[in-house]
Every structure is written in C-alpha cells, then in structure tokens.
Ligand binder design. Structure first.
Ligand code: PLP
Length: 368
C-alpha cells in the first residue's frame, strides 16, 4: 500500500498505516496469538518487550506502562515529588510533559530553549534552580538529543533527579549511548506516529536502578507490593498484551527504520536550498522524528505545499506559555516563541519518502 491508495493526491505528513501494513502478516499473527493466549494484561508479551527494550536502550530495567504521560507521572511519584516541589522542563514540547508534573501537584518551572537548537536552555535551567527544585525533565525534541551532559552536571551539583523525555527519540545516541540510559530515568511513548509506535496508547520507563524500577513497578499496578499489599496509592497504568505484541514485531526493525529517516533527513539537508530555508545542520545522533525547517512566511508556504499535494505539520505551533493552564508556570520564552512561529515539520516517514521526497524538495525550492 502506498499513500495513493488511501488519499488521492496527498503526501501525508505522517501515516502510521503505511508502517503497519508493511508488517501486516506478522502483526496479525501476533494479535491472534494474544487473543488465543487468554492473557491480556501483564503477560508474556509484556515480559518479552520489557526485556528486549531494556536491551535495545542499554538500560538495566524497563517497565511497560500506558503512556509517556503516565511514565513521567510515575517517575515523579517514585521520587516522592509532589506539592511544594519544583520540576524544571522546556517551553517547547508536547503539553503532556508539563501536564505530568501538574498531575503530581508539583509545580512545573517551564523555561526557554537554546537559540540554536529546539532543546532546553542550560543557562535557563541554571537560572531557575531554587531550594525547592527536585527534578529536571529535558526533552530530546524531534529525535535530537539535548545537551544531557550539561543537564546531568547541574543535576549532580544540586542533587536533582533527571528524567529524560525520549518520546520522540527511540534509538537516538549521545557518545554511542542511547538516550534513556543516561539520566536517572528515560520515558518513552509508543503513540502510533512515534518512531516506535503501536495501535493504541503505550509507554515505557527505563532505568539502571533496581530500587527505582521496583518502585515504578509497584506504582504502575495500583501500588501493590510483592506481598499483594497496597503500600502507596499508585495508578492503573499497564501496557496491554496486544500493544506489547505489536511492539515486539516492530522493535527488531527500529534501527533500520531510524537509519532510513536519517537518510532522508540527510537528503533534505543536502538538497534543500539553504538560502531559502533555515534548518539545523544534519546530526547523525538524531533519529529524526521530525525534520524541521524554519521560514518567515510559514502559513503561506504550508498552504502552497498543500495546494501541491504535500501535507506538513508543526511541532509545536504553541509554546507552552500559549496554553492557559500552563502559562502561569512559564518563564519568558522568546526563543520558543520565535521557533513556534516559523517552524514546519516536513514528511519524513520512510514509506512515504521513498517515492516522494524528490517532489517535496523540488516543490519547496521552487516556491520558497
Ligand atoms: C508524544 C509525547 C508525549 C506524550 O506521550 P503519550 O504516550 O501520548 O502520553 C510526551 N512528550 C513528548 C515529547 C511527546 O512527543
């Protein structure tokens, strides 16, 4: 199946059906297996996924949960972070990152991004640390690792927990180590359009600490301990067997998939007219969840692309300060504001681009 069978003349900005249909037979068989197993929650598919994903990331432990939002909430709860505590995060991310902090009743402290990257500003973190700060949640936005080394240094100095939001960065690396294996915790989303995605909601937490893993394992299953007693009120946040089975089919193909995204990102970087479009230099450590260009006349360019059959997206068109429930927790976010007003995410899904990237590049270079 290619995009033309779904949607007459549009090159979609992202279409997870293209990915699932490529592995249709394996996925169907895996789902049938689950149906017949009689085990739908906390079964063998999840056990296998947790082991294989931990191995893939290079972390000692992995706990499969219901979403990345829950993953963040669970890590904060495992650290007893709540009312009166402050957690620093970035102003340019999915709102879920900040919402998870509010879910624990802790106070988000939302800071600006760097000028020359879309990731959290180290200087702004430094300026925002108070005696109430307990944790930092840096995001590897668009699949590109943030400056985690600098984040970790600050965290060590001030005794803060680091939770890496890797929802867009499955397989991205820093000095040959995968993100999610470096901070105290890594959190992942398997929402259908992520680099590794299933057919519903799912998420995971990785950590190298067995005591942290134990705590999260209890908290994601109501708060049961190994004697079947509730020690702390937890959540019901479990990855179901069908989603785990789908992820078990797709995980072995993740590296090849990321490699393909990188190849198309490199082609964009080489072939797009750099005088007309601003974009960050190609980064071999990124897994290119998005390839983002920046233009002044953003809406006009997007409309013209759409008229030529090319769908695009924006990640994100609102910095967190533009969300009424999050605005009170935001510092000044001038860089995030400029980025959100100028950015366009181009199609980068391998199944689409193998046919159409040349059309996208030629169209952009003509109309830009
Ligand atoms: C998608 C995403 C989330 C939320 O993931 P869910 O699984 O939908 O809860 C959090 N952070 C970032 C950076 C994301 O891209």
């Amino acid at each position: 199946m290619n995009y033309k069978e779904n949607n007459d003349h549009l090159i979609p900005s992202a279409d997870p059906r293209l990915r699932f249909s490529k592995y249709n037979q394996e996925i169907s068989a895996a789902i049938q297996n689950v149906l017949q197993s009689g085990s739908y929650i906390l079964g063998n598919e999840l056990i296998r996924f947790e082991r294989e994903f931990a191995d893939y990331i290079g972390a000692d432990h992995c706990i499969g949960v219901n979403s990345c939002t829950d993953s963040l909430t669970l890590c904060l709860k495992a650290e007893n972070i709540g009312q009166g505590d402050e957690v620093i995060t970035t102003g340019l991310t999915a709102p879920a990152t900040a919402i998870a902090i509010l879910n624990t009743e802790a106070t988000p402290v939302i800071v600006d991004i760097e000028k020359n990257s879309f990731n959290i500003s180290i200087e702004e973190i430094q300026n925002s640390i108070t005696k109430n700060t307990k944790a930092i949640i840096p995001v590897h936005l668009h699949g590109k690792p943030c400056n985690l080394e600098a984040v970790s240094k600050l965290a060590e100095k001030h005794n803060l927990v680091v939770i890496e939001d890797c929802a867009q960065a499955h397989g991205a690396t820093i000095n040959n180590q995968k993100v999610g294996s470096i901070g105290d915790y890594g959190v992942f989303s398997f929402y259908p359009t992520k680099n590794l995605g299933c057919m519903g909601d799912a998420g995971a937490i990785t950590t190298n600490s067995s005591s942290k893993a134990e705590k999260v394992k209890s908290l994601h299953n109501y708060g049961f301990d190994d004697k079947g007693q509730i020690i702390n009120a937890g959540l019901n946040s479990r990855m179901d067997e069908i989603q785990a089975a789908i992820l078990n089919v797709l995980l072995p193909h993740l590296d090849e998939y990321n490699e393909s995204r990188k190849q198309y990102a490199l082609k964009y970087a080489l072939d797009l007219n750099a005088e007309k479009f601003h974009f960050h230099p190609f980064d071999n450590n990124s897994v290119y969840h998005q390839f983002v260009i920046q233009v002044k006349n953003r809406d006009e360019i997007r409309n013209r692309l759409l008229n030529e059959g090319i769908q695009t997206a924006i990640h994100y068109n609102k910095p967190l300060v533009d969300h009424p429930a999050l605005a009170p927790f935001c510092k000044q976010l001038p860089n995030a504001k400029i980025a959100s007003e100028s950015m366009i995410s181009l199609p980068i899904q391998p199944e689409i681009l193998s046919l159409h990237y040349q059309t996208i590049i030629e169209t952009l270079n003509r109309i830009g």
